[in-house]
Design a protein around this ligand. Structure first.
Ligand SMILES: Nc1ncnc2c1ncn2[C@@H]1O[C@H](COP(=O)(O)OP(=O)(O)OP(=O)(O)O)[C@@H](O)[C@H]1O
Length: 233
């Protein structure tokens, strides 16, 4: 579970400060996907950065299960991210020289060494996740040999290597056409269910919202309930 509790974040802006996130509270439970939508510059990416512990709030708390993430120092926050949080950014920032399988395996080389038993399970886990995202036959390919949608699938599989409790996804469909975008959303929803992650997903794309367990809208850093536009008669 992830709980955002009265979060506020501001950035320096000329002589003053701009409030990117303004007293935002939100709870996402395991096995559910919550979409965060809203206009450009409304604070969606900033909220995700707070949820991921990559930046600290000016005020408020981020709770990941029972851990107060916003109170941790940098090293502790890095460990928490490694152990409990999966992050998928807009662009699939894959390493050009590595195959799909290696992109996943390298995740567990970074950071904590892990036991020998755990390390020996890594190739199998990587293969299993590539299978779950429909890329078994492409596991030996490098990023330039994959389509945009396939690269995004590798990205998602990579974020799941550490068996995260929380999955944070920023605009996963922005570089894809409608059909590939819809497939990626379906994939994220299926994995959220199967792996029981609490998923927060930023999207501009309103077509995906009815598939989500919950939808919130950010406007000027504040959270509003999302009210779907009436369907034309
Ligand atoms: N590092 C930063 N330094 C200064 N201001 C920032 C920084 N990051 C974001 N902002 C400001 O905070 C506000 C929210 O930005 P944010 O990127 O979170 O919005 P967004 O809803 O994700 O936008 P988009 O949909 O265009 O990605 C904006 O006014 C932006 O200019």
């Amino acid at each position: 579970m992830i709980r955002l509790d009265d979060l506020t974040l501001s950035f320096p802006d000329g002589d003053g400060r701009v409030t990117a996130v303004d007293h935002v509270s939100l709870v996402a439970r395991p096995g559910t996907a919550t979409a965060i939508t809203g206009p450009s510059g409304s604070g969606k990416s900033s909220l995700l950065a707070l949820a991921s512990t990559l930046i600290r709030p000016d005020a408020g708390r981020v709770l990941i299960d029972d851990v107060e993430a916003s109170a941790l120092n940098r090293n502790e926050a890095a460990s928490l991210r490694r152990e409990r949080i999966g992050i998928v950014f807009q662009q699939s920032n894959l390493l050009p020289s590595l195959t799909a399988q290696e992109q996943l395996e390298v995740m567990n080389e970074l950071g904590a060494p892990g036991s020998r038993a755990r390390r020996s399970g890594i190739p199998a886990r990587a293969a299993e996740l590539l299978d779950a995202v429909g890329l078994s036959v492409h596991r030996g390919k490098r990023p330039h040999q994959l389509s945009g949608g396939q690269r995004q699938r590798v990205n998602i599989a990579r974020a799941l290597m550490n068996e995260p409790r929380v999955l944070l996804v920023d605009e996963p469909t922005s570089a894809l056409d409608q059909e590939r975008g819809a497939e990626i959303i379906e994939l994220i929803l299926r994995l959220t269910d199967e792996l029981d992650t609490a998923t927060l997903l930023v999207t501009h794309d309103l077509v995906h919202l009815p598939r989500m367990h919950a939808v919130v809208r950010m406007v000027d850093g504040r959270l509003e309930p999302w009210v779907p536009a009436p369907v034309a008669a």
